[in-house]
Write a new protein. Structure first.
Length: 112
């Protein structure tokens, strides 16, 4: 699947969301996150991002910084939002859940 990397942090432009055919890009607080269980690898988002923050995960091999973002993107969907009893998981569409307003601890503390 595709991954949103460091250049999204504090930009969070969301142009990628508009072109995703399966609406699997979820908006956090400082950045957005692609749901790997829902992404169909179309690649439309990669070319749309104005800061080129998106990459395909196989291009993270051997790049420790990118690898951290691959792992972190998984961790985002394991977050349990306040008042919920289950993780974010794979909700089946970002628009209906709206902006989630949270980030992983790694992103919250990330020095962009
Ligand atoms: Fe981020 Fe680029 Fe999308 S800045 S929200 S990955 S368009
Ligand atoms: Fe959507 Fe990008 Fe995957 S446009 S389907 S998140 S490759």
């Amino acid at each position: 699947p595709y991954v949103i990397g460091k250049d999204c942090v504090d930009v969070n432009d969301r142009a990628c969301m508009d072109v995703c055919p399966v609406d699997c890009i979820y908006v956090g607080d400082r950045k957005s996150y692609i749901n790997a269980a829902e992404c169909i690898d179309c690649g439309a988002c990669e070319v749309e991002c104005p800061v080129e923050a998106i990459f395909v995960d196989r291009k993270a091999r051997g790049d420790s910084e990118r690898t951290e973002f691959v792992e972190d993107q998984k961790n985002f969907f394991a977050i349990v939002l306040p008042g919920r009893d289950a993780p974010i998981g794979a909700p089946g569409g970002a628009r209906k859940v709206g902006e989630l307003g949270v980030d992983t601890p790694f992103i919250s503390a990330y020095d962009a």
